[in-house]
Design a protein around this ligand. Sequence first.
Ligand code: GLN
Length: 483
Amino acid sequence: MTDLHTLTVAAARVALAAGTLSSYELTEALLARIQAVEPRVRAFITLTGEQALAEARAADATRRPDSGPLHGIPLAIKDVICTNGVRTTCGSAILETFVPPYDATVVSRLKAAGAISLGKLNCDEFAMGSSTETSAFHITRNPWDLERVPGGSSGGSAAAVAALMAPASLGTDTGGSIRQPAALCGVSGLKPTYGRVSRFGLVAYGSSLDQIGPFARTVEDLALLMQVIAGHDPRDGTSAPVPVADYCAALSGEVRGLRIGVPGEYFVEGMEPGVEQATREAIAVLRAQGAEVVELSLPHTRYALPAYYIIAPAEASANLARFDGVRYGPREPGESMWDEIELTRGRRFGPEVRRRIMLGTYALSAGYYDAYYKRAQQVRTLIKRDFDAAFAHVDVIAAPTSPTVAFKVGEKLDNPIAMYLSDVCTLPINLAGVPSLVVPCGFSQGLPVGLQLIGRPFDEATLLRVGDAYQRLTDWHTRYPAL
Ligand code: GLN
């Protein structure tokens, strides 16, 4: 077989089960691909190639007809998710040397299903950002244009899949960090319902918003990964005891009779015309297939960004208090304990993380709490109600993912507001806690555009069905960047 690195998870599974492909060959091919393109893309922080080959050899030796659904399949994991014995940095100098003594639940579930890890993927520091430029280690480049960002914060997760270095990966999404990079790199990505996938072992950013989810080149592959990672986890108090649907069985290819709502508010001022056009054409494809498309309004959308940038930094300021050089990662030596904490935090947190901690601490401080944090929480309720009202009439909401295609490296780094606006179409979904899928739906200026499909709480199955139906009708997801 040639071009093994182009295989999807589903195709690799078939070949592995049939015995026409070994996990060792597949892993070797992906490592060769990584060697060829990673110096230009730089999607990884830590590569575990030797370990992956050893695990692949073991997977080949232990394969049985009833082996796990991902037996012998190599994947890669965003570096905010703890991996036992493998350095987990969160893209930060403050965790440069941190090696977790345990696996996150998603990682142990992937391992139990037989998956192999190729390594840990680059991201914005503590997942704060939209371009993967705030990583303390290096920037990741967009495989479609190396002068451009892959999006963020899960830029490494999207770029690795787009550049054919891994058939699938895990990322996290607090305000858009799976969906925006998926759109900008031309791959598929799913942010599950809040509580659908365990956050145990995920280094928390905004605890009431964070969700782990999969990236892949097809919706079918997302369904395969979701089947493994979704489900209740007693070790995460926010994990929901809701039964997991059969996501693969849900992929019927059928959208007839489905009601799709299109919210006017998401076609924001200043949106790139090519993005709007590709999005509307994608919706027309679903309509032509028998879906009913209706206009709708989510009236509080414009308040999502300000509310998010109170709530997420407030939660971040509390979550990041634990990084003091005492328990995790390196310590800067000083005269006293307080000196050491101050030096470690002052020197090892990057500028964006420090900005968030200061914003969050301010918003939570006595005297400002009611004016900012409490107000933002009230706005959050209104946004959630917008979605509840919409889902009384429609099954799925279709919208753009990012107002523009991938922007140039450095273009928005010195302008935080411009950077924050990159997530204007994704943040409301996290505030509402609902699931959302992104699939490639065309190009603008030669760069990928992603269609965002938003669903009812815990109805990932319908999103995957619609996304898969769209991919049966179109071939955007089969295009690869020329690297
Ligand atoms: N860009 C947004 C932020 O910086 C979202 C990041 C994310 O989803 N992790 O907070």
